[in-house]
Design a protein around this ligand. Structure first.
Ligand code: TRP
Length: 450
């Protein structure tokens, strides 16, 4: 008995670390704080946390259970569950293909900031530094290419093991740094209004768009609705307590996001006032350098911080690229080196508009958005909710939730929140997800106004 317990513990821990390494990335550090700032602070936070412990929990449980039960990756997994749902596997597989290029564009910005802090450029804390940088035609493209090539080299050489070791060391350091910077930020002047904005919900700022944004962020941050957790689940040992793993991954991912918001949003209030909340994707790059400029040894802190963000980003981009590569190898029967080169080139080409959309191509908009925000919107706010909705239909109505429940309870494990899980998958989640999606898309297209 003690034998079994020990192996399930180590198996579980390795799995949790791998899944958390994929989940924790730019989504937590860059995307969550700017969305929370943009969508009304406290109200976004509240909606996000409610969605995380309900929809997030239900979908992550479902995906990991599907993976462990079918023992295969996304396209084959949906096919194995129900032939009519094969298309769902493809739909899920498209999501990383859309995300990977623009993820690497932002990875490039992070890499640039490492260089800036390493060489010491005092202008980095000015209001215009970031805007001027991303408006340049060539430089951001070059950093994007560097980040992409670094990712590709690691995926090609398969040195994930080494990266994993770095990751295990880096995650705790990142947590300590975020907490340290947060404490420092709260000693600055005028942070109370930002803290209040972030922590106290203002219900007048609530709209269906808040829920759509929070839902999209949830999927993105936890790497859900794109088959990643199915693939990870397929590596999970049968005797590991699935329910416990889900809880820990969720806690870790959400905790880091919440702290990242706490680190950035009160600082925005301090430097730019509450009006500064609407800065969008540039938030992390504009606000934090101002904080570092005020800190003792700020240049070193800034350098260390962006190196950590870089590691969090590259572990995620490696896993994004790996997903695409294994899909391509399976589907088109090409070798790994070939797949790597083709994916690298395609990702660069697809990423070009996202990189130029802040400068030379900023007059071109799709649905009123620049290219990067457009790709982000299509994947997180449209495709992922569709995949999540259809997964709920498949599991809640076509197959029945029993197979997931049995998979979770395998070997006598407890399934905390089992009843909640069943009700969510069958009734609440599909209805809410489709309602939010339709509403927000109609509004985005200007057909209805809220
Ligand atoms: N969850 C990652 C983050 O928070 C981003 C991400 C989305 C991702 N999908 C992924 C990472 C797939 C790896 C694999 O930054």
């Amino acid at each position: 008995m003690s034998e079994g317990k020990r192996s399930s513990f180590t198996g579980g821990l390795g799995f949790i670390l791998a899944a958390a390494g994929s989940a924790v990335g730019l989504g937590n550090l860059w995307r969550f704080p700017y969305l929370a700032a943009q969508y009304g602070g406290g109200i976004f936070l509240l909606v996000y946390v409610i969605l995380a412990v309900t929809f997030g929990f239900a979908l992550m449980t479902t995906e990991i259970a599907i993976g462990r039960k079918t023992g295969t990756s996304v396209v084959k997994a949906y096919k194995a569950l129900d032939k009519r749902f094969s298309f769902l596997g493809y739909l899920a597989a498209i999501v990383p293909i859309i995300i990977f290029p623009y993820y690497s564009v932002i990875g490039g910005w992070v890499t640039k900031y490492i260089a800036v802090y390493a060489t010491g450029n005092a202008a980095v804390s000015s209001d215009t530094f970031f805007g001027n940088f991303i408006a340049e035609p060539v430089e951001p493209l070059a950093w994007f290419a560097i980040f992409l090539v670094l990712t590709a080299i690691i995926v090609f050489l398969g040195v994930e093991k080494g990266i994993e070791k770095v990751g295990k060391f880096m995650m705790p350091v990142l947590v300590v740094m975020i907490i340290g910077i947060t404490i420092y930020v709260l000693t600055l002047e005028n942070t109370m209004s930002g803290l209040y904005y972030y922590l106290v919900p203002d219900f007048s700022k609530f709209s269906p768009k808040t829920v759509l944004a929070a839902l999209g962020q949830l999927f993105y941050s936890m790497s859900l609705a794109m088959g990643i957790m199915i693939t990870y689940g397929s590596y999970l040992k049968k005797d590991v307590n699935l329910n416990a793993c889900v809880n820990q991954i969720e806690l870790f991912d959400t905790g880091i996001a919440l702290f990242a918001g706490l680190m950035i949003i009160p600082a925005v209030a301090s430097f730019s006032g509450i009006e500064g909340m609407n800065q969008g994707p540039g938030l992390m790059f504009i606000t934090l350098p101002k904080v570092f400029a005020q800190m003792p040894a700020g240049r070193m802190v800034g350098l260390a911080f962006f190196i950590l963000v870089f590691f969090a980003a590259i572990t995620s981009s490696i896993s994004l690229m790996e997903t695409i590569i294994s899909f391509a190898m399976d589907k088109f029967h090409v070798s790994r080196p070939k797949a790597c080169i083709v994916v690298l080139i395609l990702a660069f080409i697809i990423g070009i508009p996202s990189s130029l959309g802040n400068g030379v191509w900023s007059n071109i908009t799709l649905l009123g958005k620049d290219f990067l925000s457009f790709f982000d919107f299509i994947s997180n706010s449209v495709l992922m909710p569709i995949v999540a909705f259809l997964t709920c239909i498949l599991v809640g109505w076509v197959l029945g939730t029993k197979f997931v429940v049995d998979e979770v309870k395998r070997g006598g494990c407890k399934f905390g929140r089992e009843k909640l899980y069943v009700v969510l998958m069958k009734y609440i989640a599909p209805f809410c997800i489709i309602a939010i999606l339709i509403f927000a898309v109609l509004e985005g297209l200007g057909i209805i106004t809220v």
